[in-house]
Design a protein around this ligand. Structure first.
Ligand code: HEC
Length: 165
C-alpha cells in the first residue's frame, strides 16, 4: 500500500519533555530535544511496520551505513548521543542527544522526525545540520528504520501510539 503524496504545513513547537531535572537545582531545566520549532516538510512518509520484527532488513543495512557516514560523528556509532547531552552548551545550543530510545526521539511522530532531519535546526539557532539536499527521503527513512531497530520493544510500541495520533 502506497501513501499518497501530501504536504503538511504544521508548525510544531517542541518543548522539553523532561521531568527529572527540577529536583536538582544545579542543572538547567532542559533536556536535549529540539528546542526550536520545526515545520513539517515531509512529502511522503513510508508505512510504519506494526512491529520491529517486520522491519525490512535491507533498509536497516542501508540506514546503518548512511548513519555511520553522516550522523555518527555527532550522535555516536550506536546512536548513543553525546555524554552529558542533558546539559546545554555554553552558547545555549543543545548537544546531539541519543537517538537510541533512551532520550526523546521516540516522543515524535515519524513525519516530524523526518522533517527535523530534512531541515535541521541550524537555521534556527540549533545544532542539527540539514540533510534535505544530501539525502533522499528514502535514505532518511532507511536511517530512521536503523535508528528504530535500536529501540527497546516497549519504546517502539509506545511510539506507535504517538505516531498514530
Ligand atoms: C554536527 C552534529 C550533528 C550531525 C552530523 C547530526 N546531528 Fe542530529 N542533532 C544534532 C543536535 C545538536 C541535535 C539537537 C537538536 C537541536 O539542535 O535543537 C540533533 C537532533 C536530532 C534529532 C532530534 C532528536 C530528538 O530527540 O528530538 C534527530 C532525529 C536527529 N538529530 C537525527 C540525525 C540524523 C539522522 C543525522 C544524520 C543524517 C544527524 N542527526 C546528524 C547534531 C547533529
Amino acid at each position: 500500500m502506497k501513501k499518497m503524496l501530501f504536504v503538511l504545513f504544521i508548525s510544531f513547537v517542541l518543548v522539553s519533555c523532561s521531568k527529572e531535572e527540577s529536583s536538582k537545582g544545579k542543572q538547567p531545566a532542559v533536556s536535549a530535544d529540539t528546542a526550536v520549532s520545526v515545520q513539517s516538510v515531509v512529502t511522503n512518509v513510508a508505512p510504519v511496520p506494526a512491529s520491529q520484527a517486520d522491519f525490512d532488513f535491507t533498509k536497516i543495512a542501508l540506514g546503518g551505513k548512511l548513519f555511520k557516514e553522516n550522523c555518527a560523528q555527532c550522535h555516536g556509532n550506536n546512536a548513543e548521543g553525546t555524554p552529558d547531552w542533558r546539559k546545554r552548551n555554553p552558547d545555549g545550543t543543545l548537544k546531539p542527544p541519543p537517538l537510541d530510545g533512551t532520550a526523546h526521539t521516540w516522543h515524535h511522530p515519524k513525519e516530524l522526525l523526518m522533517s527535523i532531519i530534512t531541515t535541521g535546526t541550524l537555521n534556527q539557532g540549533g545544532g542539527m545540520p540539514d540533510w534535505g539536499d544530501k539525502l533522499s527521503q528514502q535514505e532518511i527513512d532507511a536511517i530512521l528504520t536503523w535508528v528504530q531497530s535500536k529501540w527497546p520493544e516497549e519504546i517502539y510500541a509506545d511510539w506507535l501510539e504517538i505516531n498514530r495520533r
